[in-house]
Design a protein around this ligand. Structure first.
Ligand code: CLF
Length: 307
């Protein structure tokens, strides 16, 4: 039997209260249980009454995933696309406007358009948000290459939730997906970084881009490793074939379901990902209000970031 066909066992892990969320540093953070009620992307079910805004403050990247195209436009459905990049101060203004338009927004997320830790703007933005909106959940997305180096700053900036994109835990597989980083180093840093921030009470989600020709049989191995490292929830995102991975296929429902079942043996799985733009705003799956917040020339369709 193909690993992808292995069904999840009946006794799937359930969400549990998280005592570790009270960090050793004494800094109180939202527990995973609290987040399952308040954060649209950190629960098994959908939360139609909670929204998020993405603040596109991070232009650079440091690993060059072969499926990614970080071009600026308003309509392309592709990883890393956003209409514009804003400054940390402009991002706080965007959050202010978004909360006026959509009070259901509970989360300010930074998911691009590039890598959050490749430039200082994401952490700077979170520090500004903490001053003006301490009740808003601060959600950061990263490829994890610099996570061990920045773990203390992330913790000090009171980031509540961190998403690490882990597309493989075997270097020979990751080498087929990432062009600009040593796969051994990237995997080592991702896992060490997850361990470091979760020990301080940050709740970690892992995203994996499911690429049928490359990592589809590898999902259970990823789930096992990231769960052991401290991640609380797992999101499997179907590939949009483009750029250097245009030769790969977009996984169908059966492949996605099989991957989720394989992962769920080890970790709860989030199933409601909307593949948000790096500048999305509003309710997940609902009307996007980002046009009323960020300058755009054309109506935006739903595009995808690694958040
Ligand atoms: Fe944004 Fe990502 Fe935070 Fe959510 S999105 S940074 S964890 S607030 Fe959510 Fe959108 Fe899927 Fe991301 S539905 S792409 S998983």
């Amino acid at each position: 039997m193909n690993k992808m066909q292995v069904r999840a066992q009946d006794s799937k892990p359930e969400f549990s209260s998280d005592a570790a969320a009270r960090s050793p540093s004494g800094m109180a953070r939202r527990t995973f249980t609290e987040l399952t009620n308040a954060h649209p992307c950190f629960a098994k079910g959908s939360k139609p009454n909670k929204g998020r805004i993405h603040l596109p403050v991070s232009p650079g990247c440091n690993i060059s995933c072969r499926f990614c195209d970080r071009k600026r436009d308003d309509v392309t459905q592709a990883p890393g696309v956003s209409s514009s990049i804003v400054t940390p101060e402009e991002a706080v203004g965007a959050l202010r406007r978004a909360l006026e338009l959509c009070p259901e927004i509970t989360v300010a997320g930074i998911a691009g358009s590039g890598e959050s830790l490749a430039t200082p703007y994401a952490l700077e933005t979170f520090r500004l948000i903490e001053r003006e909106f301490p009740d808003i959940i601060k959600c950061m997305s990263t490829n994890g290459l610099l996570l061990p180096q920045y773990a203390d700053e992330i913790i000090a900036a009171k980031v509540d939730t961190l998403t690490v994109t882990v597309n493989a835990v075997a270097p020979e597989i990751l080498a087929q997906i990432v062009d600009g980083a040593d796969p051994d180093v990237l995997i080592r840093n991702q896992l060490a970084g997850i361990r470091a921030v979760t020990a301080a009470g940050v709740t970690v989600k892992v995203n994996t881009v499911l690429i049928p020709e490359i990592n589809a049989d590898h999902i259970a191995a990823i789930a096992k490793k990231i769960s052991k490292a401290g991640a609380k929830i797992y999101n499997i995102i179907p590939l949009i074939p483009q750029k250097e991975l245009a030769w790969c296929s977009a996984p169908g429902c059966a492949e996605i379901n099989a991957a989720r079942a394989a992962a769920e043996q080890y970790i709860p799985v989030f199933r409601h990902c909307q593949r948000c733009r790096a500048d999305a705003a509003g309710m997940l799956g609902g009307t996007d209000i980002s046009r009323q917040i960020y300058a755009r020339t054309i109506n935006a369709e739903n595009t995808f970031s690694h958040g």
